[in-house]
Ligand binder design. Sequence first.
Ligand SMILES: NC(=O)c1ccc[n+]([C@@H]2O[C@H](COP(=O)([O-])OP(=O)(O)OC[C@H]3O[C@@H](n4cnc5c(N)ncnc54)[C@H](OP(=O)(O)O)[C@@H]3O)[C@@H](O)[C@H]2O)c1
Length: 471
Amino acid sequence: MDKKPETELLVAHSSRGREASAYLSFIVDLYDELPAYSIFLHSNPEQWHNDLFGPQTSSILKSLRLEAVDAMGYLNLRCTNNPGCPTHINPNSPTQADIDNNDPRAKFPSIYKGIFGDEAQVPERIGGICCAQFAVSRARIWQRPKSDYIRMLNWIDEKSVPLVDDYGVGWVFETLWHIVFVTALTRDGSQGKIPDGVRVVQVNYDDDDSLVKALNGQQFLVITLGVRAPDGLHARITTAAGRAGVPYIMPNAYGYPISPEGVKDEDPYGNLVLDRIHDAQNGVSSSVTLPCGFWYEWSLATGEQWFGFTIKDRKVTFFDDGTRIITVSTWDQCGRALAALLSLPESGSTPALADFKNKEVRINSFRVSQRDMLDSLHRVLGTTDSDWDISYESVAKRLADGAEEFAKGVFTGMPKMLYGSVFLPSNKEADFAGTMELANDILGLPKEDLDEATKRAVDMVAAGWNPFAGV
Ligand SMILES: NC(=O)c1ccc[n+]([C@@H]2O[C@H](COP(=O)([O-])OP(=O)(O)OC[C@H]3O[C@@H](n4cnc5c(N)ncnc54)[C@H](OP(=O)(O)O)[C@@H]3O)[C@@H](O)[C@H]2O)c1
């Protein structure tokens, strides 16, 4: 930072932090009179990281579409997602080399809380397009109060001193600008916990205009409504997204591959999922569906009516003989898939997000049977079959019992039917990782260790895991 800036120019509040303090000082000084769009650039006319149109920044600016800034709110001027994506920093698990080298990566939890506030929940992984040149709309800047930007500047000037040098401050912000300007939608009165670094916009689901307003300027809407969300809410959200011009919607359909031809009239769950995908294709938006199979840790830990296991009592019900293989995914793999998908260029090269318009992004972690799960539990718990109460039940009986229980209002009849239908020998999609093309390689997803995932489920049970407490 120039220690003696020209007097007619804005002066940065801190001489630390390179472009970061200049950008933040501009926002703080002009917060109430910001132009509709702000474009933050490095000063030299040529930059190595200008990609599509050569090193001249002026060439990029000629190609920048303000419609794109309107749609995205925050738009990096670089398109190539390497370096930076999908993961640049693992704040909670730095490498030994980072610790030994006193790298900022080794101190990232303190850095993150200093920038986003002490209560901020530090993400497990951070990744974003590099190089700190971007356009941002006034509306997006205003989604944070001025006090947030002042806190960031104060961090640069004072609190960052024991953690990073001047260059390090610029590097830190380069990895975080997309988080500074990201937004999460939640409803009035939600009990959900959103990471504190993320700006939250409250919506009122009973007011369609409030939904449209909140969705304005968003490029990709991910819907993860819980099972207790009211019927019809999904369709109202997707309709509002269409009115707001959101180009992509990931509908609430995180299960198995599905097509209209494969769903029978008497299959209420299959028809519900088809409706949700159809809702997302609203004439303006395209759907991008993420079939990932059953969530492995979630389904193993939740109880007998799901994967047949009651881990704390060492009991398992094998469906038929327990050897039918199905496709499953861990939570981490689903999260990684979504992050990698959203790190792809929107279009113009391959792979691109647009390749998945109105299509499925099929991913997986494992192909496993209940027998494989029990063997993995043995390795994790140090048990053998003789320590477990193992019983057998035909899938046909399970489906019939589930339907009867559900008709009587017993909630757990539903998972019995849902999981039973996937373990049916006639289900052609249950082991889709063995029969259909996956997006794992396109998204750069890692191979995972089954026993590590099983251990997470065991730990969840030990910690009293129950997603349906109070139902
Ligand atoms: N593949 C699998 O094995 C598997 C397993 C479980 C779930 N899933 C899927 O994952 C998605 C999320 O399920 P989940 O169990 O994780 O959900 P959840 O945590 O129970 O709920 C997710 C969100 O839904 C909103 N919500 C909940 N109840 C609502 C209500 N009455 N009205 C309005 N909004 C409400 C809440 O958002 P706010 O409070 O922020 O508004 C909540 O944070 C669903 O699509 C589900 O089908 C898949």
